[in-house]
Write a protein that binds this ligand. Structure first.
Ligand SMILES: [Zn+2]
Ligand SMILES: [Zn+2]
Length: 277
């Protein structure tokens, strides 16, 4: 049976609700599914608190994805199998959410200055349950209102780094993200290392207290995967992987279950919640 350790719901920038994601995972025959929303555990908490934390066939692993940056390189850090009620984690996630709201308001202001008539409400209606409104939501709202033809163009002309509406966001330094996940009892994993675009930096990052490397990823070529497996082994780290599923037609894979990893890689991250044992 296949597994997927990297997925997003509408609680961050994915398009499916956690319930819909779980249904899709069951339909795809997944055995392990990690929900790794950006900077929030609300989606996974929602499932747990609604009693929807599954089932004999589908094992759900609490996850999160933090965005970090080192010298202009995007560094994403996944956390797995932590206590989703850890106070320090909750506080930090709250801080990040607040700064995201401030960033969001500032981007809307900049759009107004450029003559784009987009309101915070337009974006929030589209963002639905998401507690972490980001550029992807703004881009989609611009397209929906007919102000920009495509999401790609919204990024290229306005929202991308170096473009007039771009506002940098508050990011945890990698060491802080890693420590936060560890303190909450979880396993920090370096996400999609190829997207860091600097393998010397990747090597350096792996000296932090990581527990794994996301070596299997849709945009990794076979040679990339091999190279990152060698790095992970050198540092004695678990191999992980996932599809980074957003249910977005602009991303690959478009369907959950199209990119999966072996169960043996996912199983060590799963511990049934106490209420289910
Ligand atoms: Zn990422
Ligand atoms: Zn992701």
């Amino acid at each position: 049976m296949p597994s997927d350790l990297h997925t997003h719901t509408a609680f961050s920038d994915g398009r499916l609700t956690p319930e819909e994601l779980v249904a899709a995972a069951k339909a795809a025959g997944l055995s392990y599914l990690a929900i790794t929303d950006h900077d929030t555990v609300d989606g996974i908490k929602h499932l747990y608190e609604q009693g929807l934390y599954p089932s004999k066939t589908l094992h759900i692993i609490p996850g999160i994805e933090f965005s970090s940056e080192v010298d202009g390189h995007d560094v994403h850090i996944l956390g797995y199998d932590f206590d989703m009620y850890d106070q320090e984690l909750i506080d930090k996630v709250g801080e990040i959410a607040e700064s995201r709201w401030a960033r969001f308001s500032l981007m809307i202001e900049k759009l107004h200055e450029l003559g784009y008539n987009l309101t915070e409400t337009d974006v929030m209606q589209l963002a639905g349950a998401s507690r972490s409104i980001g550029r992807a939501h703004i881009a989609r709202a611009l397209v929906k209102k007919g102000l920009v033809p495509t999401v790609r163009e919204a990024f290229d002309r306005l929202l991308e780094h170096g473009q007039p509406v771009y506002v940098p966001h508050y990011r945890l330094p990698p060491a802080e993200a890693v420590a936060l996940i560890r303190k909450a009892g979880g396993v920090p994993v370096l996400a999609h290392p190829k997207k860091v675009r600097d393998d010397v930096l990747v090597e350096k990052l792996l000296e932090l207290d990581f527990g794994g490397v996301e070596v299997y990823y849709p945009t990794h070529e076979a040679a990339d995967t091999e190279r990152y497996i060698a790095m992970a082994k050198k540092h004695n780290l678990r191999l992980t992987g996932g599809s980074d599923f957003h249910a977005s037609p602009n991303r690959i894979p478009a369907q959950l279950g199209e990119f999966t990893i072996d169960d043996e890689l996912a199983a060590p991250f799963f511990h049934p919640p106490a209420s289910l044992t």
